[in-house]
Design a protein around this ligand. Structure first.
Ligand SMILES: NC(=O)c1ccc[n+]([C@@H]2O[C@H](COP(=O)([O-])OP(=O)(O)OC[C@H]3O[C@@H](n4cnc5c(N)ncnc54)[C@H](O)[C@@H]3O)[C@@H](O)[C@H]2O)c1
Length: 381
């Protein structure tokens, strides 16, 4: 099988995670990266052993050798960069959220289709083997009819008033923060697992820090603790630290999602509880190699991620034997494997990765959730 050539735009936190995951697929060579300046791009290219680098992403898009571009920049740039990449004839993987609103997202879906280019959104949390396993259980009827879906996505990286990131500014991040940033992953995985669609929502938002402290000078990641009080200015916060959303799905199922970015001790905990008429299934991504299966009559089970015990779709995205744990970095590898094999096979067969349409769907859901929080009532999706 031939290998593809990939270019990465944006090399902060998630860009290098894409590069590492891509290298582990063995299906592509990451030949180029781009960041805000030549200096920043050069430093990253040296650190990550990437042969070509650009201080302007437009130059990367002009490189005829690059087949596919991954967009790993802040949210406000996703639409523009994805559009230009498609216009330059590149397949595109875009980070979530796909765009800043539904109109932009739908334009990208249309453009990708018109150009006949492969497109994906990095909803990597679907690619925990246990998530694919629960999906297969539901498809096989093992959980029965789904009655309730509850859960949360909680983190503590914005716990202090002095914690600061571009995600706190709607101009760069969008009108929703916690729901769009992390709730979107939960919603995507829940619809993927259950096959159900959220039809109605009722949301309660809270912003615990209406004013935060923004560093007045450039601070390198993790060095904020060395700042003194004179180094900060006040910034008003208009997006949610926290949200609880009541959900109604098609069919019988009801549900609830809580997201919180100031939950002390919760580092990155995405939690799903799915209750059916026969059994229940629970996944906690801080223990991503286990799935709890609940029964009324008989013992509950703790299934460990072991290819010999998993259902086929989950086994297909498991690279290591039981007891050899797989986690967050492996989810991207598995998503990229599906996507790159699809391209290398001539774009034939089933699309087994989240395409731009999945990104547009999550943006629509977030918009309706924001609308519900503002109007303090139920809203139809
Ligand atoms: N799927 C996931 O699990 C996951 C996890 C983290 C972040 N993300 C998404 O990835 C995106 C980036 O998040 P991050 O945490 O890596 O942010 P970050 O701030 O750590 O990195 C952003 C990078 O983009 C670069 N950049 C900014 N403007 C640019 C421009 N005009 N041209 C080229 N590069 C530019 C910055 O210099 C930086 O290197 C966000 O949209 C976020 O939602 C997804």
């Amino acid at each position: 099988m031939n290998r593809l050539k990939t270019g990465i735009i944006g090399t902060g936190f998630i860009g290098p995670a894409h590069i590492e995951a891509l290298r582990r697929t063995g299906l592509t060579e990451v030949t180029a990266l781009a960041d805000v300046s030549e200096e920043a791009a050069k430093a990253k290219a040296e650190e990550l052993s990437i042969p070509e680098y650009y201080g302007d992403y437009k130059k990367l898009l002009l490189n005829p050798d690059i087949d596919i571009v991954h967009i790993c920049t802040p949210n406000h740039l996703h639409f523009k960069m994805s559009k230009e990449a498609l216009e330059a004839g590149k397949h595109v993987v875009c980070e979530k959220p796909l765009a800043m609103n539904t109109a932009e997202a739908c334009e990208l879906v249309r453009l990708a289709e018109e150009k006949g280019l492969v497109n994906a959104v990095h909803f990597n949390l679907r690619f925990y083997p246990v998530v694919h396993h629960v999906r297969a259980m539901i498809e096989n009827g093992e959980l029965g009819e789904i009655f309730a879906v509850n859960g949360s996505y909680q983190q503590d990286w914005l716990f202090y008033q002095t914690d600061y990131n571009w995600r706190l500014e709607p101009e760069y991040s969008g009108d929703s923060r916690a729901v769009a940033d992390i709730g979107s992953h939960w919603l995507d995985s829940v619809e993927f697992m259950t096959g159900l669609k959220v039809e109605r929502v009722c949301a309660d938002f809270a912003t615990f820090y209406p004013v935060r402290k923004k560093p007045l000078k450039q601070v390198d990641t993790y060095s904020g603790k060395t700042l003194t009080s004179e180094d900060y200015g006040d910034i008003e916060i208009g997006t949610e630290d926290y949200a609880t959303v009541l959900l109604q799905f098609n069919g019988k199922a009801h549900g609830s999602l809580t997201v919180n970015q100031v939950a002390a001790g919760r580092k990155n905990r995405c939690y799903y509880e799915i209750y059916g008429s026969r059994r229940s299934a629970v996944i906690d991504t801080e223990h991503p190699n286990e799935v709890w299966i609940g029964r009324r009559d008989g013992n509950n089970e703790l299934l460990l991620k072991d290819p010999s015990l998993l259902l086929e779709p989950a086994r297909a995205i498991t690279s290591f034997p039981g007891g050899h744990n797989e986690g967050f970095p492996d989810t991207s590898k598995q998503l990229f494997k599906k996507l790159y094999i699809y391209i290398l096979n001539g774009c034939k067969g089933e699309i087994e990765f989240p395409a731009f349409a999945a990104g547009a769907r999550e943006i629509k859901l977030c918009e309706v959730i924001v609308d519900s929080a503002k109007s303090k009532g139920w809203k139809q999706v």
